[in-house]
Design a protein around this ligand. Structure first.
Ligand code: ATP
Length: 429
């Protein structure tokens, strides 16, 4: 954790180093100072995997630097916000990966009222670090270029972030931090879950006070949702929920949701699922965490948060999904399994797979084989056999697929004979 600055840079992948060397030499040409800041410095220190986004603070004109950097790297300039002095440069790195350099002029922020968006003004890097959320994120590593090579300058750690990484402490920078931006509680819980950090006593007290003061209700539901979605992208979203519950956050964010042993067990199944098991992902995690929530709780979430359509759809399916689990009895024919599960999305059935171990073999079979199994004949074939388009054709197709699922019909010939028996009255059949 106390590696010298130069050693930290050697932990960067070569494509990051190459892009940052260009950025540092351009910064010198612009008479600007360039700093690697925030989470990326934290991750270099604890040798954690780096994200796609690299945050850079510029003491100087960040927009002009971003513009020239995009040109030099043959990258794309995006998300330019002149008023905040921020811009991103998207670069195609070797091997096809995309690297995003987020440049921001170093600045101070002033919060006009609790939870409101800040007003910003240019400021030295030291002040820029003061506006950050936690000590472990208030870190900056100066980047220089010497003969075109990337070199480290000073490492700034004004709040003891490195020591906090060693001792596992989550520490806010000042007493007004959560009043200024209550979403920091949600960022904090995510970071604490990921890095196994515990709030220090002052931070814990500040969280309690912020919850009691109801600061989260001053934040838009859209911003809260953004944080919740980020939690679902963590390696263990269930750990985030466990901590959120312990801190008393959950009732203000997802009322009715509570950490439980049953929930822990089902999440552990997903977390350790082998590679050939039904695939997880943020939405499956969401469904699994909310699996037990009463219908009113689910409706409240859909009413409160601007959920993406796929997520809202999954939440609507959860009550029906719970009801279907006891019907998937052993010995149920494939066609019966298919009839029960077909109304649900693949994501929903995957949730059921991890939520209900008693039916896991059935849901796995459905996802792997039954769902995509087709009847040996299609609608055109049936018309050729003399069944006119209409309800009978649809019904025959359904019944034929069920027969195929149950292994009663395997070949086209068997299917044709089956159709003649099934729909004997149809002309030509
Ligand atoms: P992650 O690995 O989750 O991406 P990160 O720390 O890089 O972690 P970002 O959201 O990319 O997270 O933020 C980059 C940096 O900006 C943080 O490390 C922190 O210093 C600062 N920051 C981001 N959001 C806030 C906030 N709400 N309040 C204060 N500082 C923030």
């Amino acid at each position: 954790m106390h590696a010298p600055p130069e050693a930290l840079l050697t932990r960067l992948p070569p494509d990051y180093r190459a892009a940052l060397a260009q950025a540092a030499s351009l910064a010198e040409a612009h008479a600007a100072r360039l700093w690697l800041v925030g989470g990326v410095v934290r991750d270099l220190l604890c040798q954690a995997p780096l994200g796609r986004d690299v945050d850079l603070a510029v003491e100087g004109d960040a927009l002009a630097l971003a513009h020239d950097l995009a040109t030099r790297l043959g990258g794309r300039l995006r998300a330019v916000h002149a008023v905040f002095g921020t811009a991103s440069v998207e670069v195609q790195a070797a091997g096809g990966a995309t690297l995003i350099l987020d440049l921001a002029g170093s600045r101070v922020e002033r919060y006009p009222s609790p939870g409101a968006l800040p007003q910003v003004a240019p400021a030295p890097i030291e002040d820029d670090l003061y506006r950050r959320d936690f000590s472990v994120n208030a870190l900056a590593l100066e980047l220089r270029a010497v003969d075109g090579q990337l070199r480290a300058g000073r490492l700034l750690d004004p709040f003891g972030g490195r020591a906090d990484l060693v001792t596992g402490r989550l520490r806010l920078l000042h007493g007004e931090s959560l009043r200024d931006d209550p979403t920091r509680m949600l960022r904090g819980v995510r970071l604490a879950a990921r890095l196994a950090l515990r709030p220090d006593p002052a931070t814990a007290a500040q969280i309690q006070a912020a919850l009691e003061a109801g600061y989260l209700s001053l934040v838009s539901d859209e911003r809260i949702l953004t944080e919740l979605c980020l939690s679902l992208e963590e390696p263990r979203p269930d750990e985030t929920l466990r901590l959120a519950d312990a801190w008393g956050l959950t009732p203000q964010v997802v009322p009715g949701l509570a950490w439980s042993e049953a929930l822990a067990e089902r999440c552990a199944r997903l977390a350790v699922a082998p590679g050939n098991a039904p695939a997880g992902g943020p939405l499956v995690w969401a469904g699994l965490l909310l699996y037990d929530l009463a219908t009113e709780g689910l409706t409240a979430i859909t009413a409160r948060y601007p959920l993406p359509a796929e997520a809202a759809d999954l939440l609507r399916q959860l009550p029906g999904l719970r009801a279907v689990a006891p019907l998937l009895t052993p010995g149920l024919p494939n066609s019966g399994i298919d009839r029960l599960l077909r109304p649900f999305s693949v994501t929903a059935v995957t949730v059921l797979h991890y939520a209900e171990p008693a039916v896991a073999a059935t849901t796995a079979r459905y996802l792997r084989q039954l769902r995509t199994m087709r009847a040996p004949l299609n609608g055109n074939d049936l018309q050729r056999l003399g069944i006119a388009p209409g309800p009978l054709l649809g019904q025959t197709l359904e019944a034929l697929r069920a027969a195929a699922l149950d292994g009663e019909v395997n070949t086209r010939e068997e299917a044709e004979a089956w159709v003649r028996r099934y729909a004997p009255g149809s002309p030509g059949a």
